[in-house]
Write a protein that binds this ligand. Structure first.
Ligand code: HSE
Length: 419
């Protein structure tokens, strides 16, 4: 059924009735001008109490996927493998699909692109990145690959919320995480948030729309906030920094893309410094416009539902992603050939493989913790997890990617420091 018409009713089959699904339902119930209604909701746990009439619910996906009167499938579940089946079947049945499932989209970009092409059916997912901030359509439509110099973003609301509660209210990690879960910001498996997996899934999607770079999230260096040590927070306070989990992509001189998700110390002059709680912020750097800053709620029922609604209304004018950078331009490649200024902290000096540092800027040691600030070649973080073992924590300094020419005296410098 074509929905390329303002008059055609959007007859929605919804998968999932969690925080976002229920918010979407409430908005559509109270707003008839949208000419859209949810006619069936597929759920996994029928025993849970729901704030909607019982006859709306089913546990059988086919009740939606095989119902010809349903012209749009909205997929808001947390199981990415089940979601792949739902989305693939819906697209092959020529139903438009709106999804918020960043894990699904990031991990299966190749096959999802193929399905959209084969069945010529729209698949929209603005809510999958930064919830209420319209960043995907912006990257897709507005920025030319050549002009887009970089993206720096706080793209996970839960970790930002946790870091804010720890720094402002003095909560410990477990208390802050519990609050993020109670507020409905965290994934049902919160390890996805705190270990940086949700953020790297989002960065993977942004890379496709920014640079036509289609990759798997596991190929991107990432970690979360779970390894941060209280001495790192003390260091940040002394220097006047805020710690944030930042997803970054930067076009290097050779045209390749540096990309990673790592905790970072930020100075007051960064727009991301003041992004607090579940808010997200994205700085887009372009050749002509310099820096532009997008800010908004990155998690939660209504902020996420707002992006789902925007996709639903885009279906009316048959909007679909053209994947312009992928189709009409030379897609970019990832690079590991650049230098980062990092801070590494660890329980004892002997635990750090000191040969990884090209240059040491500063180091300190007390009876609780030792830390080194210096420059490393990014490749030292790839396929090598020295920096994730032995209670080690690694953060990027505010300047992150730095120009550096290796010097011959490096060995001597390292010996002096670690003697
Ligand atoms: N768990 C995610 C977050 C939800 O905290 O950002 C929104 O994608």
């Amino acid at each position: 059924m074509s929905i390329q018409n303002q008059q055609t009713k959007l007859n929605i089959g919804l998968f999932g009735f969690g925080v976002v699904g229920e918010s979407l339902y409430k908005v559509l119930q109270s707003n008839s001008s949208l000419n859209a209604q949810i006619s069936k909701v597929c759920i996994k746990h029928p025993e849970k109490k729901r704030n909607a009439p019982a006859e709306l619910f089913t546990t059988n996906p086919e009740d939606i996927l095989k119902d010809e009167s349903i012209n749009v499938v909205v997929e808001l579940i947390d199981d990415s493998e089940a979601a792949l089946h739902i989305v693939s079947t819906a697209l092959s049945n020529k139903k438009a699909v709106v999804s918020a499932n960043k894990k699904l989209i990031a991990e299966h970009q190749g096959s999802l692109l193929e399905l959209q092409q084969i069945y010529n059916t729209p698949f929209l997912y603005e809510s999958a990145c930064c919830a209420s901030i319209p960043v995907i359509r912006n990257l897709e439509e507005y920025y030319d690959n050549d002009l887009l110099q970089g993206i720096n973003g706080i793209v996970n609301g839960s970790t930002n919320y946790i870091l804010t509660r720890i720094s402002e209210d003095g909560l410990d990690f477990a208390q802050a995480l519990k609050l993020a879960q109670d507020e409905g910001f965290a994934e049902s498996n919160p390890a996805l948030d705190v270990e940086g997996k949700d953020a790297v899934n989002k960065l993977t999607i942004l890379l496709t729309h920014a640079y036509g770079l289609v990759t798997h999230p596991e190929t991107i260096v990432h970690t979360g906030i779970h390894k941060l040590h209280e001495e790192d927070a003390i260091y940040a306070k002394e220097k006047g920094y805020e710690i944030k989990l930042v997803a970054q992509a930067k076009k290097l001189e050779d045209g390749k893309i540096a990309a990673f998700v790592l905790p970072q110390f930020l100075k007051k002059d960064s727009q991301l410094y003041n992004v607090r709680n579940e808010y997200n912020g994205v700085i887009i750097e372009s050749g002509l416009a310099d820096k532009q800053f997008f800010y908004g709620k990155g998690a939660g029922g209504f902020p996420t539902a707002s992006a789902v609604l925007s996709d639903l209304s885009a279906l009316r004018y048959d909007y679909r992603y053209e994947y312009k950078k992928l189709r009409y331009q030379q897609p970019a490649e990832l690079s590991n050939d650049f230098y980062l200024r990092v801070y590494v902290s660890f329980d004892a000096l002997f635990q750090v493989p000191h040969e990884i540092f090209e240059h040491i800027d500063e180091w300190s040691s007390n009876n609780r913790r030792c830390s080194v600030v210096g420059i490393i070649h990014f490749s030292k973080l790839v396929n090598n997890d020295w920096w994730k073992q032995n209670n080690t924590s690694l953060l990027v300094l505010p300047e992150a990617i730095v120009p550096y020419t290796p010097k011959k005296s490096v060995q001597k410098e390292r010996e002096l420091v670690f003697a």
